[in-house]
Write a protein that binds this ligand. Structure first.
Ligand SMILES: *Cc1c(COP(=O)(O)O)cnc(C)c1O
Length: 244
């Protein structure tokens, strides 16, 4: 098991290097976030031992348990799954950054809870660049207006944007998703909004990280390519059931 994860990580690093070489980028510009849904702490620990410290979880309950065990490792924890407003106070206990900000009701709840806790929180704005109904995120056309609104909430610091590329064998279609996110980043930067920096583009997963890197990704979220196949299909984590 240990060797398998190590080997997977070294294959991953080679993929990142090749993709960066191809798009004339510095591999240091691309952070790897371990996407650890359904992965047990013992296996996460192996990746942490190999030098990785950025962890992304999708569900608050699952993350809470793992955080308790892995706390001494001083990892950085990102929330990358759909966030229900009634989970806001719990997510703030472990998350350093929330990547899935996609609606005003959530923004208001977060701001209120941060005021109550007297703290701030870093966030990414999630954009639905594939226009799939099954995916969460703000539609690209509405993203800039949404971002302007969010920047008025001083406890929330916008550090970047996040998207999930369309699941397609057509590279052009996948790439278009990442291009859309990059375009929104450039427009958002021009606005020079308060409480925001927009340096990070969280895009690219096991199957499409090369395309995302070519379009400017600064953070790839990788699960399967490191830890192997998951027991549940992604629809279990991404579907509409919990949608508010
Ligand atoms: C599961 C998940 C990933 C990782 O997907 P893989 O294809 O296993 O690399 C990335 N981002 C989000 C939001 C996820 O839910």
């Amino acid at each position: 098991m240990k060797n398998l994860i190590k080997e997977n990580l070294s294959i991953l690093e080679n993929r990142i290097k090749s993709a960066c070489l191809y798009s004339e980028r510095d591999p240091k510009e691309v952070k790897v976030l371990l996407s650890t849904k359904t992965v047990e702490v013992e296996r996460i620990q192996l990746a942490v031992d190999a030098g990785y410290s950025l962890i992304g979880e999708n569900k608050v309950k699952e993350a809470e348990g793992k955080f308790e065990v892995l706390k001494p490792q001083n990892c950085i924890w990102h929330m990358i799954g759909h966030l229900q407003t009634n989970k806001v106070k719990y997510v703030l206990k472990y998350a350093d950054l929330i990547q899935s900000i996609d609606r005003m009701r959530l923004v208001e709840k977060l701001q209120n809870r941060c005021e109550y806790d007297n703290r701030n929180i870093d966030i990414f704005i999630q954009v639905n660049t594939s226009y799939e109904h099954s995916k969460f995120g703000i539609p690209p056309e509405k993203a800039l207006e949404f971002i302007k609104q969010v920047s008025k909430y001083p406890r929330l610091h916008i550090k970047g944007l996040m998207t999930i590329g369309v699941l397609s064998s057509k590279n052009d279609k996948v790439r278009d998703c990442f291009k859309r996110l990059k375009e929104i980043q450039l427009k958002a930067l021009e606005l020079q909004l308060p409480n925001s920096s927009f340096n990070e583009l969280s895009m690219g997963m096991s199957n499409d990280l090369e395309l995302a890197i070519a379009e400017g990704s600064t953070m790839i979220r990788v699960g399967t390519a490191i830890f192997g196949k998951r027991p549940y299909p992604d629809s279990y984590y991404w579907n509409e059931v919990n949608k508010e």
